[in-house]
Ligand binder design. Structure first.
Ligand code: THG
Length: 286
């Protein structure tokens, strides 16, 4: 079950027993006023800085989301994709609910992209899955449908199975579908974390596909969100998530240590290399 993503010059493989693949989430104007303003002005320098800093922090794939009030995604998403490709060779995850914007971005992207996302709504599957097939991309499948995000793990697993099946009917193999079991805030529902973890386990056992997760919703409304996010992320990685969408600078240690503890870092090589590099940088700064 290998998902292969490509840029013009680099290939990244996501596989169940492999090291965690980090999808950097920071090219996203949500909660970033200055980024939203520069995108609206078609100034891509801030986008390029966020691309470089995330790769520096260990991102393997970069999510590109330009959705904000007053921004024409059909025009701006391909501009952002081109700008990011000028400064890094990381494969890209194209994050938009707008199918026309996804198509415009796919047109300028030379590799095998990850499309973020499709969900279980008929309209979403009808709009997005043909694009995945036409451009030979991979896709993130959100476990929600017309009725929203189900309260039970069983229902989320069922939606994941439906999307994998619908993709298969169009000739998209299961390895090109990456499931997202979705996190809701434990602040409003104390069982939200457990439900997501149960869904992740079910998808791993029954569908065997690769999985992503944007963990940060789990802590909405609570203090010390970063600590909650990183601990939940570690739990999700233990249950089978292997390509999370994160702020790589924030979550790097949680991911490196999870991989070490889950036997995904032979001889602790990556963990030790990270610490050597930190020590070298600290010495250079002295
Ligand atoms: N699943 C999938 N895709 C997703 C999500 C998901 N894409 C969007 C989102 N969730 C993941 N991306 C973000 C991007 C930014 C933030 C959180 C998740 C964020 N921004 C800060 C804020 O709002 O305050 C800004 C701070 C900063 O990073 O500088 O928290 O779940 N498939």
């Amino acid at each position: 079950m290998d998902t292969i993503l490509r840029s013009a010059s680099r290939e990244v493989t996501i596989r169940p027993d492999g090291p965690t693949i980090v999808i950097g989430e920071r090219i996203n104007p949500t909660g970033k006023k200055r980024l939203a303003a520069s995108l609206a002005a078609r100034d891509m320098r801030r986008v390029q800085r966020l691309a470089l800093s995330q790769v520096e922090d260990g991102a393997d794939v970069l999510d590109v989301n330009v959705g904000a009030a007053g921004i024409d995604e059909v025009e701006v998403l391909p501009l952002a994709v081109k700008a990011v490709m000028e400064v890094t060779d990381a494969p890209l995850c194209l994050d938009s609910a707008n199918a026309a914007a996804l198509r415009a971005a796919l047109e300028v992207y030379p590799g095998k992209a990850l499309i973020n996302s499709v969900n279980g709504e008929q309209a979403s599957m009808e709009r997005v899955l043909p694009l995945v097939k036409e451009y030979g991309a991979a896709v993130i499948a959100l476990t929600m449908d017309d009725n929203g995000i189900p309260a039970t793990a069983e229902e989320r697993i069922a939606i994941a199975a439906t999307i994998v099946e619908r993709a298969g009917a169009l000739g998209i193999p299961p390895e090109d579908v990456i499931v997202d079991c979705l996190a809701l805030s434990v602040c409003t529902d104390g069982t939200a974390g457990r439900t997501t973890l149960e869904a992740i386990r079910g998808v791993r056992e029954r569908l065997g596909v690769n999985m992503t997760l944007g963990a940060s919703n789990i802590s909405f409304g609570l203090p010390d969100r970063e600590a909650i996010n990183d601990i939940f992320l570690a739990m999700a990685l233990a249950e089978g998530v292997n390509a999370p969408i994160v702020n790589p600078g924030q979550s790097r240690k949680a991911i490196l240590i999870s991989d070490l503890l889950l036997g995904k870092d032979e001889f602790g090589m990556r963990y030790v290399r990270f610490h050597r590099q930190q020590a070298r940088q600290a010495a250079a700064a002295e």
